[in-house]
Design a protein around this ligand. Structure first.
Ligand code: MG
Length: 383
């Protein structure tokens, strides 16, 4: 039995690694849909290789180019954001890899859930922004959300078979990113290229900058709350520079379970798509002799205030995580474009969190409006 897969965001880091997993497991997966925002040439190459039934290019200006390049193949081509949101409802799809970047993932993922499709969730912002709405909708539609984020995949792997046993707490591990152990003076001078050099993981630009600023871990704290039904005090973050232990779960008897492995996103991708099966892989195997020292220490919240901001957003709830996320997306983009210093990103986020009107129980429209208001305010703090 094949699982029929749609990939939202196929040309990004998670999208391309998902295609590698599908390529290695032709007996288990059949590719149905590829979507990309802008990267027409990669989308065309992927389509020629994997022959999906449907392809969406979100940028409508590129429709003619993509459809002409694929005109000799039995691939249907669509364009536009609306098409991207509609395509997830196709009967032929069993599971959606949600690998869009940022807030843009919320609406199509929600639409897929409402159409009853299981979700492999790489787009953590979907849960950060709309966790309550998304998890409620998943329950109403009997949809499973399989985490792709390596920490949450680790926790998920630890709790399989523990359905009767409540989680006492989870411990999310963080590599600490490229600026681990640096002081404020150093952070004031870091460049885009330095921030994009992650020591362990191969990921997209957005998540790599978020890792360097520790906002990624903050987003993951909020993601963990929604995936596993936890209170803020049940979620701990620990710096583990080797990224071998991907996260841990502590149960009520005090026992800890951890999931370990070489850091490679293809493993959590494959676990999410293949669940409940563990498919054989040729990924590199872990060796203790090559990692004689696994080390752990608490994060430095003075140097990296983003983690504190994320816990604050989680405690306040409502639309506050949405505000924080939007301000962070603006700050990261501005940093990548050279319009904002790395060190000044948390200040923009905090000011925006202090300025946007609070909504205690937002609906989807409130999230869309909050996102746009927060982007406007965050933008006003830029150079
Ligand atoms: Mg992660």
């Amino acid at each position: 039995m094949h699982k029929h897969v749609a990939i939202l965001g196929s040309t990004g880091s998670i999208g391309t690694q998902t295609l590698e997993v599908i390529d290695k497991n032709p007996d288990h997966f059949k590719l149905e849909i590829l979507t990309a925002r802008n990267n027409a040439d990669v989308l065309i190459a992927q389509s020629r290789k994997f022959l999906p039934n449907h392809v969406v290019i979100a940028n409508e200006d590129k429709y003619d180019y993509v459809s002409q390049k694929l005109s000799d193949l039995p691939v249907k081509v669509y364009a536009g954001v609306d098409a991207l949101e509609q395509i997830v409802e196709m009967d032929s799809v069993d599971i959606i890899m949600s690998a869009l970047v940022g807030f843009s993932g919320l609406r199509p993922t929600l639409r897929a859930i409402r159409a009853g499709k299981d979700i492999a969730l790489a787009n953590k912002e979907t849960l950060v922004v709309g966790g309550e709405l998304v998890t409620k909708s998943a329950i109403e539609n009997s949809v499973n959300i399989y985490p792709v984020d390596s920490e949450h995949s680790a926790i998920f792997q630890c709790i399989v078979g523990e359905e009767m046993n409540p989680i006492e707490k989870v411990i999310l591990t963080a590599s600490g990113g490229p600026f681990l152990g640096k002081d404020q003076a150093y952070l004031k001078k870091v460049t885009r290229d330095e921030a994009l050099q992650h020591p362990n993981w191969c990921m997209g630009d957005k998540v790599t900058i978020d890792s360097a600023s520790l906002m990624n871990k903050g987003l993951e704290v909020i993601e963990a709350k929604w995936l596993f039904g936890l209170k803020p005090e049940q979620i701990e973050v620990i710096i583990h520079p080797q990224s071998v232990i991907h996260s841990l779960v502590q149960f009520e008897d005090g026992s800890l379970k951890a999931q370990l492995g070489i850091p490679d996103m293809k493993l959590p991708i494959q676990y999410a798509l293949g669940f409940p099966k563990r498919l054989r892989s040729d990924l590199e195997r872990f060796s203790f002799s090559e990692y004689p020292n696994l080390t752990f220490h608490a994060p430095d919240l003075e140097i990296f205030p983003n983690l504190t901001l994320a816990y604050r957003a989680l405690e306040i709830g409502g639309n506050m995580p949405c505000v924080m996320n939007a301000a962070n997306e603006v700050a990261v983009n501005a940093f990548l474009e050279g319009r904002l210093d790395f060190f000044d990103m948390p200040g923009v986020i905090e000011e925006t969190m202090n300025s946007v009107a609070y909504i205690a129980t937002p609906d989807l429209n409130d999230y869309v409006e909050t996102d746009s208001e927060a982007r406007k305010i965050a933008g006003s703090y830029l150079l």
